[in-house]
Design a protein around this ligand. Structure first.
Ligand code: HEC
Length: 117
């Protein structure tokens, strides 16, 4: 008798632990860090915030990727060269030819050349 009620209590205990575990799985669901461009951002700034800032830093000072602020114009004398680089990518720098239109690439490149100091 004592064993049966112990088993019964254990079953209830196990059910509660399982339920709590499942609940915690949902509660702890990591939220996708969504880069939200500030209100009134230009298209180039919005693209930078959403697609580039994760690696190059929100101010272009670098992070996983190298700094862009203040250096891109000397690295790439013309915007066209930089646009070609961003479209193609290299190493850990992704290619954006398939995910951004040429206009979007031009906009984000212009932003990095003029607005990131
Ligand atoms: C997954 C991370 C990642 C993302 C996202 C990313 N980059 Fe990069 N980027 C890199 C890395 C790493 C390099 C260095 C590549 C190398 O030289 O091997 C780089 C290099 C660059 C360079 C050349 C810098 C230099 O001095 O040589 C430019 C320009 C650049 N990225 C622009 C952009 C733009 C614009 C975007 C968004 C459209 C972007 N990157 C998104 C990782 C990233």
């Amino acid at each position: 008798m004592a064993l049966r009620s112990f088993v019964r209590y254990f079953e209830i205990f196990a059910a509660i632990v399982t339920a709590a575990f499942v609940l915690l799985l949902f509660v702890n669901e990591p939220r996708q860090q969504q880069a939200v461009p500030r209100q009134g951002a230009s298209p180039g700034e919005a693209i930078f915030a959403a697609r580039c800032a994760g690696c190059h830093g929100s101010d272009g000072a670098g992070g996983f990727g190298p700094p862009l602020a203040g250096v891109v114009t000397s690295r790439f004398p013309t915007a066209a060269e930089q646009e070609a680089f961003v479209a193609k990518g290299t190493g850990a720098m992704p290619s954006f030819a398939d995910t951004l239109t040429p206009e979007q690439i031009a906009a984000v490149v212009a932003y990095t050349r003029t607005e990131l100091k």
